[in-house]
Design a protein around this ligand. Structure first.
Ligand SMILES: Cc1cc2nc3c(=O)[nH]c(=O)nc-3n(C[C@H](O)[C@H](O)[C@H](O)COP(=O)(O)OP(=O)(O)OC[C@H]3O[C@@H](n4cnc5c(N)ncnc54)[C@H](O)[C@@H]3O)c2cc1C
Length: 587
């Protein structure tokens, strides 16, 4: 049997969320998006879904079975990738939310994000490349000089050139401040970079003649740590006077890693040898500028998790309706979905997928308001709330992707463990999402130390919004509303506990950071499900939304009190053993 590569785009749920929960039509009235109307959004997402299932889903298995490989110094991508890339770029899909005067289509980010779910649900390994082009274009639009912008951005948006993000080095993973790649300015006034980077996604491929590497490096005499890092764009080939790629620029891929999943996306070890580089942003501001790209990517990694969860859920629901097991021997066996334990798995899958889809799209919608609202107060509040939700969505979305994919394998039983089902690939592909773009433990520390510690405004905005919606939609699902109220109370107590210790007992706060992030995620999940329950009556999704909302209130939200207790535990037990004792394995 051939590997199953099927993808069902979640159009109905996406349109329900955009239209009835997130008020996308109001976003379309913002000046930046006034050229787009709602029927156009519906049409674009419909087309996007068809493209994802017909163009990208078929290459998903090919990437897994025939990973990208280094051949004679060049990366050769998996079968079908180059043709799919050409069609994707020619279809104008790269720059959906980028400005129209730079070749994009000026759609709201929330629409782009919904589209990104379909790309990543069909083939997440492929989706890495257009993600970086978009994120790099955003970065250059925000921080590049007019010359850099003119040369790079239209070519990235059209797909003529590709991009990478070059941060990681062997000694500098989460600890970005230890980057050692050097940037020096020659007598000719031009900058050159020398050093090695690891784990670089699509560091090379066989479908664009030029790659713009967005790279962090240290300049001579720069201070240690992240304050000494500057940002450069390093083309893989030198740029000729007319913009065409010329001679080689000292950029080589020395290895393509063999890895657990995401195999169609080459993960490259790279060397930069005196490579001509163009500065982006001020010297020493590299990290700050790079965050424009990183945050764009974090939002999409959150959506990658949801995307894999959605793809796995669709497969599991269909399988559980079809496959028959159990029941009295004298009768025909009933479908798997009739058994309570299987139902519980299916409902959890729906709850996490649809709930975090809503959380991630809500974050994107807030970013649209943060940049496009005409009301300054709304811009500021929306940005603060989006900044609060971003680490939560990245961590919880990626965890949900892995959890749901794993549950899908369980629903498929032994058949899910067999590669031909195509389901075990979801588990392997999803695993890295909790690691890259800032490991989830680092997201949790960021949430506690920077976002919660930044004066409490973001937490206050979040809790106020949740409570306002709770009162508004209480009658839609009273048991969920009650559970959500308890979870918010747990969150308030845990937050007070952390804030009281942030300065004097930071280690206790770090110890509880992951549980705290999970607590915020649980509240966000309940918040979204209550809003969905409130918006669903009268739609075709009314019954499934209400039943799943009941499940969320009964089965998922009560974990909030356990999470509060875990936050309060602090570091004492964790620190009971000396480091040598902790790490000595009893032989
Ligand atoms: C498939 C893949 C693609 C990637 N693509 C890119 C790319 O395109 N560009 C790029 O630059 N990088 C890329 N990366 C690198 C990725 O961003 C890093 O793997 C990630 O940042 C973690 O760094 P690390 O692997 O060195 O782990 P480490 O930093 O060694 O962390 C290991 C563990 O320790 C924890 N930890 C580390 N420091 C702390 C701390 N201070 N406090 C608490 N816990 C801590 C982490 O949370 C993690 O769980 C990619 C990685 C993979 C696997």
């Amino acid at each position: 049997m051939d590997r199953v590569s099927r993808y069902t785009p979640p159009i109905a749920d996406q349109l329900f969320l955009l239209a009835r929960v997130l008020d996308c039509p109001a976003l379309l009235r913002l000046p930046a998006h006034a050229h787009v109307d709602w029927p156009t959004v519906v049409q674009i997402l419909g087309e996007g879904g068809r493209m994802a299932s017909h163009l990208l889903a078929p290459i998903n298995a090919a990437g897994d079975l025939r990973p990208a490989a280094l051949i004679d110094g060049r990366v050769m991508t998996s079968p079908g990738y180059a043709a799919a890339y050409r069609a994707f770029a020619d279809g104008g899909w790269i720059g959906l939310d980028l400005p129209r005067d730079r070749g994009g289509q000026g759609l709201p980010r929330v629409v782009q994000n919904a589209f990104a779910e379909m790309v990543n649900g069909a083939c997440v390994a492929f989706g890495m490349l257009p993600l970086m082009q978009r994120a790099a274009a955003r970065l250059l639009l925000a921080h590049g000089t007019p010359e850099i912008l003119e040369v790079f951005v239209p070519r990235l948006v059209s797909g003529e050139w590709a991009a990478t993000i070059c941060i990681s080095e062997s000694q500098a993973g989460s600890d970005v401040g230890r980057i050692a790649t050097r940037a020096t300015r020659g007598d000719d006034g031009r900058w050159r970079v020398t050093g090695g980077k690891i784990f670089i996604t699509f560091g090379d491929q066989d479908f664009t003649p030029q790659i713009a590497h967005l790279l962090l490096a240290r300049t001579p005499d720069a201070p240690p740590g992240t304050r000494g890092l500057s940002l450069f764009v390093v083309p893989s080939r030198r740029i000729g006077p007319d913009g065409t790629p010329g001679e080689a620029n000292g950029v080589t891929v020395t290895r393509v890693e063999h890895k657990m999943g995401l195999k169609g996306s080459p993960t490259c070890v790279m060397s930069f040898d005196n490579s001509l580089a163009y500065p982006v942003g001020a010297p020493g501001a590299g990290m700050r500028c790079m965050f424009t790209m990183v945050n764009t990517m974090r939002l999409e990694v959150a959506m990658q998790g949801v995307a894999v969860a959605g793809a796995a859920t669709a497969r599991a629901l269909a399988y559980a309706a079809e496959r028959r097991q159990g029941g009295p021997a004298a009768e025909p066996p009933p479908p798997l979905a009739s058994h309570p334990d299987v139902r519980s798995m299916l409902l959890e899958m729906r709850a996490l997928t649809e709930g975090f889809r809503a959380v991630v799209l809500q974050t994107a919608a807030l970013l649209d308001l943060a940049h496009g609202s005409e009301d300054e107060g709304e811009r500021r509040r929306s940005l603060a709330l989006a900044e609060w939700l971003l680490p939560v969505g990245k961590a919880a979305g990626s965890e949900a992707g892995f959890r749901v994919a794993n549950l899908a394998v369980q629903v498929f039983g032994g058949h899910g463990y067999i590669s031909d089902s195509g389901v075990e690939q979801y588990v392997r592909d999803a695993r890295v999402m909790a690691i890259y773009e800032g490991a989830n433990g680092i997201q949790a520390i960021d949430l506690v130390t920077r976002k919660l510690g930044g004066g409490g405004e973001r937490l206050g905005l979040f809790v106020d919004r949740v409570m306002a919606d709770l009162h508004c939609h209480q009658s839609a699902c009273p048991s969920l509303a009650d559970a959500l109220e308890v979870a918010v109370a747990d969150l308030r107590v845990a937050s007070d506990w952390l804030v009281a210790r942030l300065e004097k007992q930071p280690r206790d706060c770090e110890a509880g950071a992951r549980a705290y992030l999970e607590l915020v995620a649980v509240v966000a999940l309940g918040w979204m499900w209550l809003r969905m329950a409130g918006a669903a009556p009268g739609t075709s999704l009314a019954d499934t939304k209400l039943a799943t909302a009941l499940f969320v209130g009964e089965q998922l939200l009560p974990v909030s009190s356990l999470l509060r207790q875990r936050v309060h535990a602090g570091a004492r037990t964790l620190d009971a053993l000396a480091l040598e004792e902790l790490c000595r394995y009893p032989e």
